[in-house]
Design a binder for this molecule. Structure first.
Ligand code: PSU
Ligand code: MN
Length: 360
């Protein structure tokens, strides 16, 4: 929240510092007891219905996010696992701030989601975001199953796509931007390592804008699992599903849109039906200049997956291990591609949120 930091910190005062200290304290010693942080009441008007529902669920909203939800300004949610576990310091903070900047430039309010001192928080201050980025892998990776435990223990947590989607939807946010979706891991047919991202999207009404499932996954099986769960995967501007670092997975996309307005029409129709309450995946291909050469990327990915197995990095540890190994093997090229694609996704996601807002 760069240029508006002064504005953001002034009304927060004590709470902002308390949140900052709680991040530090969690890294230095036993976690503090959970402190309920309710949305900051607006001096001018009553909180929106969404803000009341979020407060009832124990979710804190950044004042800018609460105001946007009240005024109908589009809000775009962002995840924090990619910040703490998906990228190294300081590229993680720089990228997170840049992505928030892209969302603002697109006419929306960014809402990065995390758990802070046990409080699920939608919209972070600059200081809170920096706390998560500096904490890195010391900040617990929090997926859907971990939310209650992190709240009860008063922990700081970096939310995955699954946990972010749940909290964002609870707060009334309809668009969420990330880099890559979790999915069926390679060998998942035996290990049953299937990201909770898929099941959560099947029951959470929002649009997730990403560059497809991570290429480190088993993409055909991930697409099958999404189909089973009734989650549409919509390719943006092409007929095939993109595969994170590469623009084409070789798998045909079940649906295609060519503009944010078309995407908004599809998302609005899907959400309006409300059948089972599920979400939509919008898959935007990586910008052309940043695409990894397919063969080289595949060789590096296979090696990174094998290294994770050899190191015993399974379960929640698998994804961060593989991404770090891949970045090392490609001399940082995969990291550069990751940064480029998430900014690109943020631009599309903001245009989608604006178009959805116009439809009401
Ligand atoms: N893609 C990235 N970096 C990441 C992730 C995805 O480029 O850090 C994270 C997302 O938060 C995603 C999570 O939700 O990995 C999936 O982890 P798992 O397979 O343990 O559910
Ligand atoms: Mn997993």
């Amino acid at each position: 929240m760069d240029h508006r930091d002064a504005q953001v910190l002034r009304p927060l005062g004590v709470e902002a510092w308390a949140a900052r200290l709680s991040v530090l304290a969690a890294h230095l010693g036993p976690p503090p007891p959970p402190t309920p942080v309710l949305p900051h009441p607006s001096p001018t008007s009553a909180p929106s219905e969404a803000a009341l529902a979020a407060a009832a669920a124990g979710i804190a909203l950044h004042p800018d996010v609460a105001a946007a939800l009240r005024n109908g300004t589009p809000v775009v949610a962002l995840e924090s696992t990619i910040v703490a576990h998906g990228m190294p310091w300081p590229a993680n903070l720089e990228t997170a701030l840049a992505v928030e900047g892209v969302v603002r430039a697109g006419g929306c309010v960014p809402a990065t989601v995390a758990v802070l001192g046990g409080v699920p928080t939608v919209g972070l201050t600059r200081a809170q975001l920096e706390g998560i980025a500096r904490g890195g892998t010391r900040v617990k990776k929090v997926s859907a199953r971990d939310l209650g435990a992190a709240m009860a223990a008063g922990l700081d947590g970096a939310t995955t796509v699954a946990a972010t989607a749940l909290l964002a939807a609870r707060a009334g946010v309809r668009v969420f931007v990330t880099g890559g979706l979790g999915g069926v891991h390679r060998g998942g047919e035996k290990s049953m390592d299937v990201s909770a991202d898929l099941d959560v999207l099947a029951r959470t009404p929002l649009a997730v804008v990403c560059a497809g499932a991570k290429s480190v996954l088993d993409i055909p099986r991930t697409l099958e699992a999404l189909e089973t769960r009734g989650v549409p995967v919509v390719a943006v501007g092409q007929a095939t599903v993109p595969a994170f670092f590469s623009r084409c997975s070789g798998c045909a996309a079940p649906a295609r849109v060519d503009s944010p307005a078309e995407a908004a029409a599809l998302v609005a129709a899907h959400l309006r039906l409300g059948l089972g309450g599920g979400g939509v995946v919008l898959a935007v291909p990586c910008p052309p200049g940043h695409e990894a050469a397919a063969a080289a990327a595949e060789a590096a990915t296979a090696a990174a997956v094998a290294a994770a197995e050899a190191a015993g990095a399974t379960g929640a540890a698998a994804t961060p291990f593989i991404l770090a190994a891949l970045s090392e093997a490609t001399c940082g090229q995969s990291l550069a591609a990751n940064i480029a694609l998430i900014k690109n996704n943020a631009a599309f996601g903001s245009a989608l949120a604006v178009a959805l807002g116009k439809r009401g």
